[in-house]
Design a protein around this ligand. Structure first.
Ligand SMILES: [Zn+2]
Length: 159
């Protein structure tokens, strides 16, 4: 099992990012308004990319970025939330800075919610085969249930 909040899957090459220092987060800014974010990805840092000898820009996708470590723990929560709203001191007039809140939500959970990163790989499968049943929208995201879901599908794949 992938060590929660310590390892991730790279959105470019699909390989495992072994530790926070090996990762990088990148944001896509909206063409119409450069202040607005419309996508967020987790990729290998250039020096750790399996593609580093194949592509000059390795696993990088977008121009704006940050180290992954700053998006973990309490500092990470503040950084993630500031992508949604930097607050009234810095932005007296509210502007929706993230055009796709669902993508932001996914990004937030990948960096903050234990077991989500691995469980999300089974999401479509779980959804289509009825795994979630009539569980509510909180239950299915609880870390212990995400963990159980990973175990269920790993076990199923072995049979
Ligand atoms: Zn990669």
């Amino acid at each position: 099992m992938l060590e929660p909040l310590k390892k991730w899957y790279c959105d470019t090459c699909g390989e495992i990012i072994d530790k926070p220092e090996d990762g990088y987060v990148q944001f896509k800014r909206c063409k119409e308004n450069g202040l607005v974010y419309e996508d967020f990805v987790i990729v290998h840092h250039k020096t750790k990319s399996p593609l580093k000898n194949k592509r000059r820009d390795a696993c990088y996708i977008y121009d704006s970025d940050s180290d992954l470590k700053s998006f973990l723990g309490d500092k990470g929560k503040v950084n993630l939330l500031s992508l949604l709203d930097p607050g009234p001191y810095h932005m007296p007039e509210f502007l929706q800075m993230t055009s796709n809140v669902r993508k932001w939500n996914d990004f937030f959970m990948r960096l903050q919610l234990p077991y989500y990163e691995e469980a999300r790989r089974y999401w479509n499968r779980a959804s289509s085969d009825g795994y979630f049943g009539d569980s509510n929208e909180v239950y299915i995201y609880m870390p212990e249930n995400l963990k159980r879901m990973i175990e269920y599908y790993k076990n199923e794949d072995e049979i």
